[in-house]
Design a protein around this ligand. Structure first.
Ligand SMILES: NC(=O)c1ccc[n+]([C@@H]2O[C@H](COP(=O)([O-])OP(=O)(O)OC[C@H]3O[C@@H](n4cnc5c(N)ncnc54)[C@H](OP(=O)(O)O)[C@@H]3O)[C@@H](O)[C@H]2O)c1
Length: 238
């Protein structure tokens, strides 16, 4: 399954996005990566080449409308169609509410909510023409249980769940599926919660779950999922 299908990964140069790219590449998908940092995107593509996958990258700030439109135009030339979009962009700011500047708020919202919207909009246009497609938004358990000092991030992730439902609803007539998958802590290079000692999943364990969603039959949607280390405090009161 997956041979000659194309997955686009927004935020594919590091962390969860890179691990999903490797899992999808190994499963036979062609992979297009988007992000702001050329060196990390190149490294992801080299790793994909090494495992025999067809890959491509575009450097773009995905919170900027024109850059997103141009990036998806470039992907059209690479693949001709987009079967799956994985939205894995996001930034975290760890501050109590009185200290959050408008600049910080806008920076978090633009990369964590606006970028996924802009990428989903471009993917949706193409998937509507194809009459098929799947959009997977990486949400967070922060959309279920907020942490202190994470107001902008929590607000953005609640927005991801709303965006997911809107895409699933409007996509229904066009055979477009949409998932919000909420990870608990996942160990990545860039540590989001430096002083947090809660157990974490490995990034490859989480990526395997995302690959499973990518491989669902077209008529099956996983609307929402929460995936976390068995020992992470989440259910109940701690
Ligand atoms: N790791 C966890 O424990 C955890 C838990 C819950 C949810 N998540 C979510 O999982 C997703 C991936 O996070 P991660 O942990 O893998 O961290 P990460 O390595 O920092 O991944 C985020 C990616 O998004 C890209 N990005 C951010 N803003 C961008 C923008 N404006 N335009 C283009 N690319 C942008 C970053 O690349 P550049 O900086 O090069 O652009 C980076 O590759 C995020 O949505 C995060 O909120 C992570």
């Amino acid at each position: 399954m997956g041979t000659s299908r194309t997955v686009v990964i927004a935020g594919g140069g590091s962390g969860i996005g890179k691990a999903v790219a490797m899992a999808c590449g190994s499963a036979g998908f062609a992979v297009a990566l988007l992000g702001r940092t050329q060196a990390s995107l190149e490294a992801s593509c080299r790793a994909l080449d090494d495992c025999g996958s067809r890959s491509f990258f575009v450097v773009a700030d995905l919170s900027k409308e024109k850059e997103v439109e141009d990036a998806f135009g470039a992907i059209d030339g690479f693949a001709g169609r987009i079967d799956i979009l994985v939205n894995s962009t996001g930034v975290f700011a760890y501050q109590p509410i009185p200290d959050i500047s408008l600049e910080t708020w806008d920076r978090v919202i633009s990369s964590t909510l606006t970028a996924p919207f802009l990428c989903a909009r471009e993917a949706f246009k193409r998937m509507r023409r194809q009459r098929a497609g799947r959009i997977i938004n990486i949400g967070s358990t922060s959309a279920k249980r907020v942490r202190p000092d994470a107001a902008a991030y929590s607000a953005a992730k609640h927005g991801i769940w709303g965006l997911t439902q809107a895409i699933a609803l409007e996509g229904r007539a066009h055979n477009i599926n949409c998932t919000c998958i909420n990870p608990g802590r996942v160990t990545v290079e860039r540590c989001h919660l430096a002083d947090c000692d809660e157990p974490a999943m490995s990034v490859d364990e989480f990526a395997e779950v995302v690959l499973g969603i990518c491989q669902l039959p077209d008529h099956v949607n996983m609307l929402e999922a929460t995936i976390l280390h068995q020992g992470q405090p989440f259910v109940g009161r701690g």
